[in-house]
Design a protein around this ligand. Sequence first.
Ligand code: ADP
Ligand code: MG
Length: 345
Amino acid sequence: MPEPILEVRDLAKLYPLTRGIVVRKQVGAIRAVDTVSFDLMRGETLGVVGESGCGKSTLAKLLVNLERPTSGRIRFKGQDITELSGRALKAVRRNIQMVFQDPYTSLNPRMTVGDIIGEPYDIHPEVAPKGDRRRRVQELLDVVGLNPEYINRYPHQFSGGQRQRIGIARGLALNPEIIICDEPVSALDVSVQAQVINLMDRLQDEFRLSYVFIAHDLSVVRHISDRVAVMYLGRFAETGTEEQIYAYPTHPYTQALLSAVPVPDPELRELRERILLSGDVPSPADPPSGCRFRTRCWKAQEICALETPPLAVPERAAAAGGPAAHPSACHFAEEKPAVVPTGGG
Ligand code: ADP
Ligand code: MG
């Protein structure tokens, strides 16, 4: 059995909600990430999908140690990294890097591309000694498909797609084993998105990387993900392989998201039932009791307000086997084969 490279257990991040200017009083908490668990295997891509505000960026920051969890555990190759500090933390951080969402704001406009990509070596000079840096940065430019001669240029001299390539080169600088990609293509034109995703796909094979790939749209992560987690209000609603999630979703929220994915084929489009969700996403400062999705769910009954459905394989599906047998946090999880275009993203 292969061992997971990352094990996440009951991870939670609460931000205090305060009131008052002179005396700040805590009046509650924003439950940005609330008991999330998953394993990431070496070389695997886990796609994480959910609407804006559901906690994706907070999860990403927890995984790269930019934020400390309120509770829960993150193990990297078996070692609990949530309580590390000093040198031990630095060593682990090197191995888990992040690629940010917006290449327009995440790159310092006053630094050259060479300084941006080489900056991680200031903190980890052992990876690239001073005399070797320039050569390494040029190598990285080449690896992400940019001309190594661009090393002295500034971010504004590049297009959005090129800037994200620079962000990716920086993410690769320290030879990490895991890259957490927080909506890496959301700010890019659709025509450029596929190029950047293809690049990341190729880099994954070349450097044996494991990815957590975050997006707000199911169609974006399909092509690159081995497994997908659908997130709603700080929790995972459903997890499964690409086939299980896209062709045999059992959670009403996943079914609703999939019904909104554009279908180019008119015949398929005819077959499809469009599910329109009512209402807005509730506030993470005051989430609904029981199932968090129940206030927008057409299947909701009394039990949904009283009992939180665990993220588990539904009993009936487990007994029957087949592609519907995958974890789904719904009291009434039921297979509903989705009408989605197949092949490619
Ligand atoms: P996403 O990336 O899915 O859009 P985020 O993780 O950015 O979601 O945010 C999840 C929730 O946590 C939101 O309600 C957001 O307002 C809140 N939040 C995020 N960061 C902070 C913070 N530093 N302080 C307080 N609330 C925060
Ligand atoms: Mg975000």
